[in-house]
Ligand binder design. Sequence first.
Ligand SMILES: Nc1ncnc2c1ncn2[C@@H]1O[C@H](COP(=O)(O)OP(=O)(O)O)[C@@H](O)[C@H]1O
Ligand SMILES: O=P(O)(O)OC[C@H]1O[C@@H](O)[C@H](O)[C@@H](O)[C@@H]1O
Length: 483
Amino acid sequence: MVHLGPKPPQHRKGTFTDVPQELLTELKNLEELLTITPETLIKITDHFITELDKGLSKKGGNIPMIPGWVLDFPTGKETGDYLAIDLGGTNLRVVLVKLGGNRDFDTTQSKFALPKHMRTATSDELFDFIAECLKKFVDEEFPEGVSAPLPLGFTFSYPASQNSINEGVLQRWTKGFDIDGVEGKDVVPLLQASIEKVQVPIEVVALINDTTGTLVASMYTDSEAKMGLIFGTGCNGAYYDVVKDIPKLEGLIPDDIDPESPMAINCEYGAFDNEHLVLPRTKYDIQIDKESPRPGQQSFEKMISGYYLGEVLRLILLDLTLEKKLIFKNQDLSKLQTSFILDTSFPAKIEEDPFENLSDVADLFQNQLGIQTTSAERKIIRVLAEKIGERSSRLSICGIAAICKKRGYKSAHCAADGSVYNKYPGFKERAAQGLRDIFKWESKEDPIIIVPAEDGSGAGAAIIAALTQKRLKEGKSVGIKKN
Ligand SMILES: Nc1ncnc2c1ncn2[C@@H]1O[C@H](COP(=O)(O)OP(=O)(O)O)[C@@H](O)[C@H]1O
Ligand SMILES: O=P(O)(O)OC[C@H]1O[C@@H](O)[C@H](O)[C@@H](O)[C@@H]1O
């Protein structure tokens, strides 16, 4: 038998002859709403650049642009054992990093799913949970105990203002978090206090954002890396600017820091366009924002990141069935009416269904939502998932293009991490096409490419802790001028 080799990727050949005209018309409208043309991408990116600059000005703007007090590039020669923790939107990870000093490192790690109630728990519950996970990990890794406190890099994936590397005052929760008693507080002493309670010998040396960690970890192994990006539960990016080009730091820089010194910036660009000037928001995006714990915040993130993509699909389907009565006739919609019941793996699995009759989609709706779908409905659902995924990928690269244009990067490795980047079908190809639509490169090889990042919140945190310890040993500043 002739082996034909792997089949080409599934291309939608299905016909829509079995789809009622009314539903087709509705689909066309939705496709229109969810399509981001090259012209729109360029317009959004130009505004994004203005907003990045505004975030660095004394006046400020929508995008926080937080100086992260990482004032050196990694050399690749950093050595030592460091602990790192990564409090993301879905998981807590504890990592032991052994820096090899030759652009190499080794990691041992444990992942703890954040308990669902954690998003609305108390501050003590959150930091005690982290300390408990740290204790479990350290007891496991160091059964004989340790001779001196372990230095720890704390990756805190939320917008936290920093006046120094080992400080982080939470500006606001994002990704559906709403824990009392943390916003406006420095989270380092809050964690340190919980660590003391469980008596595990750990010292928090540095607080970093996961994008800054991703940037530094990726530069440690790849000198072409110019930014660190996360497309996960949330979205964000970090890059190195230059101290003298950050107006809001004027007068705050200690004398021992050269104005030409690099300064890592945690952009927090999920907040881009909170003024709603350029992003093509649909009524579904507006509803998600209105019903979120922090309405008016993170407008860009709420259209593109992992926490929200499943919810966008759910609201569109609900509209088509409840309001327009075009699909799911005589079906039990109680599960579909539960907010955030669909995480982003749901549209991802719809896009991954390789069968012409979309039988995987049929199983998905039956098993997760108790809804029996018709062939015609599945075709509509498939197109909607594709359009939501495509919109996310195309909008996601506007931050990348804006940073490259702002910094004048003609070529760059943009190191990306997060489950949407790593697992959403077609994300990489669609993102690359989005960049081509903006830059209109003539060359065969794209000069600016998105590459898989190193473990930013693990190795990145450790490398930054190592860079910080080196500065402290040399008596160098790691924060604003002490008056
Ligand atoms: N197969 C998938 N495709 C795309 N996104 C996914 C997939 N599975 C889970 N996700 C989404 O990824 C997010 C988790 O991102 P991840 O980077 O793993 O964690 P964190 O954001 O805590 O760092 C969740 O919002 C989830 O909905
Ligand atoms: O890794 P996660 O949880 O997807 O986080 C990505 C981004 O999510 C945003 O909501 C946070 O404000 C950022 O600080 C963070 O970098």
